[in-house]
Design a protein around this ligand. Structure first.
Ligand SMILES: C[S@@+](CC[C@H](N)C(=O)[O-])C[C@H]1O[C@@H](n2cnc3c(N)ncnc32)[C@H](O)[C@@H]1O
Ligand code: SF4
Length: 377
């Protein structure tokens, strides 16, 4: 199993809540980017970081749908040349509704994209304005319709909940509106106010109030219940899929399997030793310069020791419904989770759901996830 993440660090305009690495790009910067990625792929193929063929590829951002279908096709051809791409590879692309047309979507499909992840966020016009999105509900609906017509194997929609002033009735309406679009997969994120974003400035001035904890819990439980009733499996804290539509690429992260990240701001993980994490700096200039010199584009940011690898295996695995299998953990580390972390296991025990041979958090545990995982650190 081999995986590739491609970071596309460009957006037309930054949304007010987002702290992902992306810059507001012009056409010139966008057109020059695929050649940098092709250089990076050539470099990585000779470094031996990854062995092909690739089973999953993920174009993430930023806004990958600012790249033309031709550019996406060229990048996929370079990835194929560097590592090979499996015939049944899952190839995902994150797309913003405002950057799509029916022809563009058809051409992404022809270029090899199998799975589209659309950043709809909300189908309420005032909420989209609050978030600082460039699109309205009409464009989102149009993009979904065109994506269905283009024949992607899997269509995912992003939804942000716990918005300022969002009542349970508003969220009910939002869920109905999303389900009416017949997605195969939904990623549902509670709004978080990140440092150094316009939202954090507004919050510090008292001009932005997030729902309180009880409202957040009610919203999370409402999503869980409604989407489960509609035939979705809640397979990770933030992710829901119809049968057969769980994102294969993201499972690679939660299972700590090797994934090469290319592009400015991309992160990689390698399984060797107890695991290594690498990151390309959040700077297009540094990225370009390193590639020009033929230097390693990424920096080693963490080399895991046994203890930190065990902790990360548990807290990433506990994000997923499948959890962590005792036998896998023991085979890898030579001890059981409760031998490695007796105190932490005692703390999470009331939140585990019954699952033979596995450690799995139930929904109440997911709601306390950030608090519970501190006991592994
Ligand atoms: C990296 S973004 C890229 C997606 C695409 N550019 C878009 O915005 O449509 C991935 C997703 O993270 C979510 N996200 C980003 N910042 C967030 C925040 N502060 N709170 C909640 N969700 C957030 C949004 O749902 C977004 O679609
Ligand atoms: S949410 Fe998406 S479109 Fe908005 S700034 Fe972040 S990456 Fe760009």
């Amino acid at each position: 199993m081999s995986s590739l993440y491609i970071h596309v660090p460009f957006c037309r305009r930054k949304c007010l809540y987002c702290d992902f690495f992306s810059v507001e790009a012009g056409d010139e910067q966008l057109q020059a980017y695929p050649a940098l990625l092709a250089d990076h792929l050539r470099w990585s193929a000779s470094s031996g970081f990854l062995h092909g063929p690739l089973n999953t590829i993920f174009f993430g951002g930023g806004t990958p749908s600012l790249l033309s279908p031709t550019a996406v096709g060229e990048i996929l051809a370079a990835a194929d040349k560097a590592f090979g791409v499996s015939a049944d590879a899952e190839i995902s692309l994150e797309a913003n509704p405002g950057s799509l047309t029916a022809n563009k979507l058809r051409d992404y499909r022809r270029a090899g994209i199998t799975r589209l992840s659309l950043g709809v966020q909300s189908l309420s016009a005032p909420a989209l304005l609050t978030l600082g999105r460039l699109h309205g509900p009409g464009e989102a609906r149009q993009a979904v319709e065109s994506a269905h017509a283009a024949g992607f194997k899997s269509l995912s929609l992003d939804l942000i909940f716990a918005l300022p002033g969002q009542t349970p009735a508003c969220l009910e309406g939002e869920i109905d509106a999303f389900l009416a679009l017949a997605p195969d997969h939904l990623s549902c994120y509670g709004l978080t106010v990140e440092e150094n974003t316009p939202f954090s400035l507004l919050q510090s001035r008292g001009a932005l109030t997030l729902p309180d904890e009880d409202t957040y819990v009610a919203a999370f439980n409402l999503l869980h219940a409604r989407l489960q009733d509609a035939g979705f499996e809640h397979y990770e804290i933030s992710n829901y899929a119809r049968p057969g539509h769980a994102c294969r690429h993201n499972q690679v992260y939660w299972q700590r399997r090797t994934c090469l990240g290319i592009g400015a701001g991309a992160h990689s993980f390698h399984e060797r030793g107890w695991g290594e994490r690498w990151a390309v700096p959040d700077s297009l200039d540094v990225y370009r310069e390193r590639l020009r010199r033929g230097a390693e584009p990424a920096d080693l940011v963490e080399s895991f020791v046994r203890q930190s690898a065990m902790a990360e295996t548990l807290y990433l695995g506990l994000r997923t419904r499948a959890g962590v299998a005792h036998t896998d953990f023991s085979r890898r580390f030579g001890c059981r989770p409760d031998e490695a972390f007796p105190q932490a296991l005692k703390q999470i025990r009331p939140y585990l759901r019954p699952a033979s041979g596995r450690l799995c958090l139930g929904v109440a545990g997911w709601l306390l996830y950030d608090h519970l995982i501190t006991s592994f650190l």
